[in-house]
Design a protein around this ligand. Sequence first.
Ligand SMILES: *Cc1c(COP(=O)(O)O)cnc(C)c1O
Ligand code: SF4
Length: 336
Amino acid sequence: MPVTTQLIHTTADWQQQLRDVITSRDALLGAVGLSATDVGHANGACEDFAVKVPRSFVQRMRHGDPRDPLLLQVLSSPQEMVDEPGFVRDPVGENGATIPHRGIIHKYHGRVLLIVSGGCAVNCRYCFRRHFPYNENQNSRAQWREALQLISDDDSIEEVILSGGDPLVVTDEQLQQLVMQIGAIPHVKRLRIHTRLPVVIPERVTGALLDAITLPHLQTVMVIHCNHAAEIDDAVAASLSAVRQRGITLLNQSVLLAGINDSVQAQLDLCQRLFSAGTLPYYLHLLDKVQGAAHFDVPEQLATKLVEKMTQRLPGYLVPKLVREIAGEASKTGVS
Ligand SMILES: *Cc1c(COP(=O)(O)O)cnc(C)c1O
Ligand code: SF4
């Protein structure tokens, strides 16, 4: 275990970062010393999914590099307006029959996913939820009670996954309330949190957060979302190490993205860097074929070759599972 990390961040720090996000393409380009000409396209792309990036994430980008792998994840582009056949608005089949109740997605045995918040600290251009009807899934207090009742009534549910959007954009008080209610359900053994916040705003990991998401009789798992080694700077590593020290299992899921992390070297660097920060690679997702993200797609054949090469170079526990999400399947589908 790493040496004890002092958590120096306060609630005010991360909330300030969350308010102070960059929200325009021009401001983003300006912050990294680029012009629209440098990136080869003019403004005006994709009005329905705004640019949104925390400054701390921007500081990790290479200044003046239009191909920077962090920049490309968040910079809007006219390619998003290209309608590619096979790329649809709801690629994983979440918007329809799988929602028995607003805010709950119960697709897989034993696990239920709660949409705690529709918002994220960052808008990733490849996001499969870019067209998700979050407004229809914002629960009121009474609706939360009903959602928790549904979990109570189904004793096959052993794990509750807090997701979104990003569940960590809500306050620690709200999280604590929810976690206590989940913890009070006897058949729930595990709490899982799917979040990108510790990566994009590492200040989000405060003592109050760790208090809110840990209970003596619940095992907590945090699955972060990081696609490139350069996303993990010292501040992120320190926050992750603090999470580990609370006995929380840390896993990572990433998305295979053309031009960003689709080389063997980029993947090796990511897996090693994650592990040095106390995190195990969990899933490497093939892109969900969401409308507007076709330019990020990596063909399945290339992906399997890539993972083959990783397997030859890394210990087994550092190779993520290559998966694709297929609507209607009982689990994520392994690809090999
Ligand atoms: C991915 C996912 C899960 C978790 O699946 P694991 O294979 O256990 O990581 C649960 N519910 C939904 C709706 C999901 O998309
Ligand atoms: S953090 Fe996750 S849910 Fe939010 S925009 Fe990025 S990929 Fe989508």
